[in-house]
Design a protein around this ligand. Sequence first.
Ligand SMILES: [Zn+2]
Ligand SMILES: [Zn+2]
Length: 760
Amino acid sequence: MKYIDVILPLPLEGTFTYAVSDELAARVAMGVRVLVPLGKSKVYTAMCTGLPHDSTNGLSQEKVKFVIAVLDDSPMLLPQQMRLWQWMSAYYLAPLGDIFKAALPSGLKREEGYRPKMETCVGLAEPFRNSRALRIAFDSMARAVKQQKALACFLGLTNWESLDGDKPTATIREITKEELANESHCTAAIIKALCDRKILYTYEREVGRLNEGGSCHPELIKPLTEPQQDAYNQVLLQMMKKNVVLLHGVTSSGKTELYIHLIEKALNEHKQVLYLLPEIALTVQITSRLQRVFGNRLGIYHSKYSDAERVEIWRKQLSTDPYDVILGARSAVFLPYQNLGLVIIDEEHESNFKQQDPSPRYHARSTAIVMAQMFGAKTILGTATPSMESYYNAQTGKYGLVELKTRYQGIQLPEIRVVNIKDLRRRKMMSGPFSPTLLAAMREALSNNKQVILFQNRRGFAPMIECRVCGWVPKCKNCDVSLTYHKRLNLLTCHYCGFTYTVPSSCPNCDNPNISGRGYGTEKIEDLLSDIFPEARVARMDLDTTRTRNAYERLIGDFSRGKTNVLVGTQMISKGLDFENVAVVGILDADSMLNYPDFRAYEHAFMMMSQVSGRAGRKGKRGLVILQTKSPELPVIQQVVHNNFHDFYNDLLEERKMFHYPPFHHLTYVFLKHRQEPVVEAAAQEMGAKLRQLFGDRVLGPDKPSVARVKALSIRKIVVKLEIGVNLQSVRDRLRQVQQQMMQQPYYKSLQIYYDVDPV
Ligand SMILES: [Zn+2]
Ligand SMILES: [Zn+2]
C-alpha cells in the first residue's frame, strides 16, 4: 500500500494524505485528479500533488482513508501550475484549497461534470444509398407529400441526390436534425416518419465548443507607424535587459497594434502568449481584431464563458495542439501553459485585476509576472495611466520603461472643460445632474449626429431614497449600508449582499408618504435624458445591464454602429473601449470618486477621469470633455485637465512616502468576521495586540471598516504596513501562527480570519 498527498477543493490549508491500493497507485501522478472521501459521507474531487510514497505523514494507519478512484490517465495540471498555486497560497495567505477551487473550471471539480456537447444528426439508411432504391422510396410515399418534400430536401442538402447508380458524385455532407427541419420547413414528426420507414436514421455527434476561427492571417497585421515602430524597437531592446517592460502610451496611441506585432514575433519563435485584459467588455472589441489576424490560434477564456467551454479550453491547452494565444480576464492565469514566451497585461492599472471576493484575493498582474518568470518569459504592461506601483518600478529601474506619446493618426487629446457645479447649484442653474455647459455640448453633438458618453460612478436609479420629513433612509438588515433604489424593478437592493426589499409606500418611521430619491444613479440619468432629449436613443452600461456575455456585446455593438446616441455608464465605460464617433464625454460627479474613503481614491479618480476622457475625439475632430466637480481648485483636477501624469505621480508619491503606503510599504489587511459584534471586537483587540508584540507600530487598528457589517457578519480590520525589503515570508508565517493561536480558543469558534494582501 502507498500514500498520496492531495489538495481538497475546500478552504483548508495544506495537503491531505490518503491511502491508495497498489493497482491505483500505478496510475497516480502529480496533477491527476482522484476521488476521495471526507468525513462521514462526503466525496470530493481532489488534486494529487505528487507521486505515491510510503509515509502516512504522521497519521496512524487506521485513520488514513482510501482513494475511491483515479479520474485521469494523464495530469490535468502541469508542474509550473502547481508551483504557481503554491506561490499564490504563500503570498496571498490563501489556503491551497481556495486556489484549487478558483483555478479549475467547476466541470473539472466534479466527478462526471464534463459532458461533451452533442447534436442529433440525420443520415440516409444503407439500403437506400442507390438511385433505384430511392426512386422506389419516393413512389411508396405518393400520398405523404410532406415526407417526400423533406426527403428531397435532405438529399439535396447532403448531396445524396448526386448518386450515379450507387456512387455519389459530390462529397456527402453531415446534417443535423435541426438544420433539416429548418431548411425543409418540416416538423420533427415528419423526420420521425421517415425514420420509421427506415429510410433515414438519426445519430448523435459530439461538437466542439471551441473557436473554429479559421486560419492565421499574418498579412492582415498593419504596419506600425513611425512612433509605434520606435516604441516597438525600444520594447524589444528593454526586454533584453529586463523581465518586465512598462509601455506608457497615451490613449489611442495604437498599443494594440504594437501588441499584435509582439505576438507575431512570439509565435514565430514557437512560444505561447497570454494577453490579459481587466474587463470582459474589452475582450469583445479586441477579440474580433485578434481573431482576424490569428484565426484559430487564438483562444478566449473568462468567467462569462460557460463552464463546458472553459473545460474544453483547459483540455485543449494540455493537448499537443494548444492555442498559441490566450486572450482573457484575470482567471486566464490559471490555464495550463506549455511554452509561455510573452505575457501582455493591457490596462495594467485596472483594479479589476485584483480579485476581491471570494478568496484567493490575488492580483492577476503580479501573478502573471511571477508565472512569466517561471517560464523565463517576458511581460509587457501597457496603459495610458500607469499604476503607482508599476510606474515606481519603472522609475527605479526594476522594470523597463517605454513611452509612446503620439496619438494614432494625429488624433488630438480632448479639450477638458471644468464646470463648478457647487456654484451652479447655489445659483439654481443645474438641471438635475446636468450643468448648462454639458447640456449645450450634448445638444450640439447630437444635432451633428455625434455620440455622447456620460460617466457616473454609481448604478441604480437614485443611490438612496430618503424620507423628506424625518430623514429616514432604508438600510440593509444584513449589512451596514443604505439601499440602492432601482426604479424599473421598483425595488431596493443591497449591493453588498444582493438582498432586495420592496419600496415602502410611506416612511416606516413617521408615516409621511413623501419618500423620494437622493442623488443620481445611472438608471435615473438614463430616465432624465429621455425627458431632455426625447429623440436620442440612450443606452446604459453598468453591472445591472451586463449580466450576460451577450448583453455586453450588444451594448457595445449598438453603440459602435451608431444605433444608440448616448451611452450612460459606470466605470465600466472607462476601460479602454474605442468608439469612432464620440464628440462629448461628460463626467457628472468627480467628487464622488475623490471623496471615497481609501488611500487609493485619488489614484483611481485620476485614472478613471483620464481614461474616460480618452474616449472623446477620433479622426479629424478634437473631442470635448465636460468635467463637473464641486472642487475645481484641487490640483488633481488640473492634472487631469492637462493630462499631466508626471506631476500627479510625483505629488502622490510624496504623500505615499510620508504615510507609509505602497509603493514604499507592503500593505496587508487582516479581516475578522463574526456574527456577534462583541466576539469580533474582542478577537480583533486580542489579535491586534499579539501582532503589535511582533511587528510594533507597523500594525494599525483594529478599526471598523467603512462598511462594518455585511451579510449579518460584523467586521473588523487590522492594517499591517511592512517596509520594502522585509522578509515577507517570515512575516506571513507569523501571521498564520497568530491566527492559529486565536482559532484554538473555544470562544472564537466560527470566527473568520482572512487576509487581503496588496489591497487595491
Ligand atoms: Zn419619515
Ligand atoms: Zn446587505
